[in-house]
Design a protein around this ligand. Structure first.
Ligand code: THU
Length: 133
């Protein structure tokens, strides 16, 4: 699957964003290492902290279906700029796609592709938790 195809699937998912509070629509589409695609949108809540980002929606859908190894995730929003994932989503990506990549589109339509490890070079891990040295 091309980056453009994954972005187009993310754009479809973005239409389902539930964002009455921010009115900021985000869509995500991830592809597993076995080639299966999962989508997500942001889902907000009146209690703002209960909001879930589009990326985590897609990842949690995949994990709950038994897929835990991802190669790539595309993220789009209705902003004309690239939407960079938040820190919590990056930490979740590090768990399931530490060697994977993130695909974004900037306001000129150019595709930006970077490794998860480039966005979060010092991710928290079990090693940091003192369980392993
Ligand atoms: N949001 C995402 O879904 N993904 C991101 O990478 C950044 C932020 C959502 C959360 C909230 O619904 C809205 O965008 C505004 O923060």
């Amino acid at each position: 699957m091309t980056n453009e195809q994954l972005i187009s699937i993310a754009m479809d998912a973005m239409k389902r964003a539930y964002c009455p509070y921010s009115e900021f629509r985000v869509g995500a589409a991830l592809i597993t290492k076995t080639g299966k695609v999962f989508t997500g949108c942001n889902i907000e809540n009146a209690s703002f902290g209960a909001t879930v980002c589009a990326e985590r929606t897609a990842i949690f859908k995949a994990v709950s279906e038994g897929f835990v190894n991802f190669q790539k995730i595309a993220i789009v929003s209705d902003s004309c700029d690239a939407t960079y994932p938040c820190g919590i989503c990056l930490q979740v990506m590090n768990e399931f796609m530490p060697d994977g990549s993130i695909v974004l589109v900037d306001k000129f339509g150019s595709v930006i592709e970077r490794r998860v490890s480039e966005f979060l070079p010092y991710a928290f891990s079990e090693v940091d938790n003192g369980k392993e040295k």
